[in-house]
Design a protein around this ligand. Structure first.
Ligand SMILES: [Zn+2]
Length: 106
């Protein structure tokens, strides 16, 4: 499974988009970056312990933002989330398949 190389911009409230790859925030017009943030601080969670942090794509957050993709398991996870509650912007935060949402090593 290839790691996506492009930046993943996800909305984090107040019209702010967060580039999860680089921890850079953009405003809603996309004319950022106007600030560099700690991605964990931006999401309001504490920085994970490297010894116990999940090795999956959630990187200790327990969930992974994903858009529609044909790549599994994200395709299935996205589809299930969409069936449950259709997304306004095409993004869903899905539970990390590695750690099951705990953000820790299984
Ligand atoms: Zn995980």
């Amino acid at each position: 499974m290839g790691e996506p190389k492009e930046s993943r911009l996800v909305p984090c409230g107040n019209g702010i988009m967060l580039d999860l790859e680089n921890g850079i925030m953009y405003d809603q017009d996309g004319c950022g970056p106007f600030g560099v943030v700690d991605r964990y601080a931006a999401m309001g969670i504490s920085r994970p312990d490297p010894a116990t942090v999940c090795q999956g794509q959630c990187e200790g957050m327990g969930f992974v933002p994903t858009q529609f993709t044909k790549e599994e398991p994200w395709h299935t996870l996205w589809l299930n989330a969409e069936l449950e509650k259709p997304s306004d912007d095409g993004w869903h935060f899905v539970k990390c398949p590695e750690c099951g949402g705990t953000g820790k090593k299984p």
